[in-house]
Design a protein around this ligand. Sequence first.
Ligand code: TXA
Ligand code: MG
Length: 350
Amino acid sequence: MRFRARRGHTGRPAITVAKVAGPVNVSGDKEKKQTRILAADVAAIADAAAVLRAGGLVAFPTETVYGLGARADDPRAVAALYAAKGRPSFNPLIAHVHGLDAAKRLGDFNATALSLAEAFWPGPLTIVVKANQNEGTCELARAGLDTVAIRMPSHPVARELLAAVDFPVVAPSANRSGHVSPTTAGHVAEDLTGKIDLILDGGASEGGIESTIVDCSRETPRLLRSGGVAREEIEKITGPLAAAATDEVSAPGMMTSHYAPKARIRLDASDVRKGEALLAFGALPAGSEQARTIRNLSARGDLTEAASNLYAYLRALDATGAGTIAVAPIPGIGLGEAIRDRLKRAAAPR
Ligand code: TXA
Ligand code: MG
């Protein structure tokens, strides 16, 4: 047994949830893994890189949400990742890279893709381009598509991890499929302990909402998912973005019911009913005193702060056992577009 109590840049001691560590189990079967949680210091990041290299699964912080990483060029590792998350079908994954050169090896960057990369990387933007089928990402990671989604995260721990390996790392959000995305190592542990090898604890993800996805593989760039970079910022470079066709599974992870808590979600609530939990934004609505619990995404009405708090607060309110979470109206501009999108999915019937 190895017990590690390290202090990383979070200043908190590492927690070890389980004793370590036989050979990495990449079979994706029901066998329980020994999941370690380590504060993300230099040694832990080197450890994580070795686990990835061997085909294992590592959760790590990004500036948006925690990702669950596997090497993108290894179909066995990618299959194990799908199994650990319980993704119902094989959804294409985002390949994370350290630099633009690595990105360009994975796919064809046209002028639009390049100017977006220059403007927003590293950062919460994912760019879809025509895939170079022979390089970097296995077919399973792309779910057989002829395009590939690529992202260069800005979180220092993600960047150090990606610098330490010589392959791209696919990383969906590190939650059970369909569940609320994780913004802390604790959230990841709740969902995936026993199913993955290692969790790097780098503190809370600040952005709080997934990357924006723009498809540049066709003539007109399209917005596939709103996210951490507001549409308005992207359109300054691309001009008006086309919408993804609704009948098309263009970003298959964007299923209607997604990001789902157990509680029912009541959107745009201008009042609070007895016993409901309240997810507020700005001033509290009428009837707030009847709420069983209140979390305010941003008392001062700041959308960046609201995005950062969204998933943690949804989890916290859900944990109270409330039957319904009333959600105050949130404007659909800037990051509000992505916040409203995720809440709509959380509210969808399932
Ligand atoms: O912020 C993020 O993007 C986080 C962090 C961990 O980086 N990752 C994330 O991954 O949100 P995931 O797997 O939860 O969402 C990836 C989305 C899915 O909706 C998937 O369908 C879409 O990207 N996607 C992946 N490859 C695609 C492709 N070639 N064309 C269109 N959509 C694609
Ligand atoms: Mg996800």
